[in-house]
Design a protein around this ligand. Structure first.
Ligand SMILES: [Zn+2]
Ligand SMILES: [Zn+2]
Length: 87
């Protein structure tokens, strides 16, 4: 049963992480297969990923995640920083 609060019909560019429609142009860098967040450019993915990493370091300062270096390339990023789902 579709939830009445969900967009209907479901637009192809709906991001579940942010609850909004995000434009899916021809020149976008990557789209998350789980939450469909649109990364307009590689720099956006890197920025969001590194911001999430910084939050992780704050929360788990004693764990292995604290050792993870910031990503400098989209190729190093294997999961969506918004829903933590693997690409
Ligand atoms: Zn995602
Ligand atoms: Zn989004």
């Amino acid at each position: 049963m579709p939830d009445a609060d969900w967009p209907d019909p479901l637009p192809g560019d709906w991001c579940w992480s942010h609850g909004r429609s995000e434009p899916m142009g021809a020149d976008i860098y990557r789209v998350c297969g789980e939450c469909f967040h649109v990364f307009q450019a590689e720099a956006d993915l890197i920025r969001d990923h590194n911001a999430e990493l910084a939050e992780m370091r704050k929360r788990h300062s004693d764990e292995a995640s604290a050792e993870m270096p910031d990503a400098t390339s989209g190729e190093e990023i294997w999961s969506c920083p918004h829903c933590i789902h693997d690409f």
